[in-house]
Design a protein around this ligand. Structure first.
Ligand code: HEM
Length: 225
């Protein structure tokens, strides 16, 4: 069993399947859509709407059409197009911030045994203290630690993103905004790494020991083993 694939079974009761509440399932799929949308805006701005390529393209196209424009004018047009996509990115960002708040609130109403930190604690105790179900516990410990890192990353993305979106209101200077933006951009690669590991884990789980794990995230895990 690869260490990255999530488990379908409960570590405490290996004969029982994990259950996912409707709230968490809804959150999971909307979150996946919003993160994909956000990543798509970044991809668009770094490829099709790349500032320098697009400046040259706009200048060339307008020249062909008989208009004479300077490089600065073409740059303004390219910048405007890029900004429209950043506008979309910011809307995805607000949605992501709202989803994160929703997730933290949902945690309060979650059954204790479905709580991420509770699961992490049980796995930790089973592995290090009670030394029982060690194989499953080690696995659960690794996967749940990844999820905690992911939530921390989402929080960082939200805080840095909102700081950029409201830099004037927060009185954030140009230099600081630039550093925040670089950090925000760097964390995207960590998010991308998580997504790759997560998808690979789910894929391996479906193919090997935890068949049906994706439908559990859709139907809540109603079937028994
Ligand atoms: C998974 C989530 C997110 C990803 C992957 C992501 C990624 C990025 C990347 C790569 C950049 C460009 C950084 C650079 O040019 O160095 C950026 C810019 C930005 N992001 Fe995000 N971001 C996310 C979430 C958010 C959130 C939650 C907000 C909050 C509203 C936000 C607001 C912004 C703003 C305002 C900018 C600057 C846009 C501009 O240059 O005008 N982002 N983001």
């Amino acid at each position: 069993m690869a260490i990255i694939n999530p488990l379908r079974q409960d570590v405490e009761n290996p004969g029982v399947l994990k259950k996912y509440s409707a709230n968490i399932r809804l959150w999971h799929w909307i979150n996946a859509l919003v993160i994909s949308g956000s990543l798509l805006t970044v991809l668009l701005n770094s490829t099709l709407l790349n500032l320098s390529d697009n400046t040259a393209y706009i200048k060339g196209q307008l020249q062909e059409a008989g208009a004479v424009v300077t490089k600065d004018q073409a740059f303004s047009a390219a910048h405007g197009l890029e900004d429209r996509v950043w506008g979309l990115h910011i809307y995805f960002g607000y949605a992501l911030a709202a989803l994160l708040v929703f997730r933290f609130i949902a945690a309060f109403f979650q059954r204790k045994d479905q709580h991420l930190f509770k699961k992490l604690k049980i796995a930790y105790q089973d592995y290090f203290v009670f030394k029982k179900n060690r194989y499953l516990a080690r696995h659960e410990l690794f996967v749940k630690t990844l999820y905690v890192i992911f939530y921390a990353l989402l929080s960082i993305m939200t805080i840095t993103g909102l700081s950029l979106a409201f830099k004037t209101e927060f009185g954030i200077g140009k230099e600081t905004a630039h550093s925040i933006k670089e950090f925000h951009g760097f964390c995207m690669y960590l998010i991308l790494t998580f997504i790759v590991v997560h998808l690979a884990g789910v894929f391996l789980a479906e193919r090997k020991d935890s068949k049906g794990i994706v439908s559990d995230m859709i139907n809540g895990g109603r079937q028994s083993l």
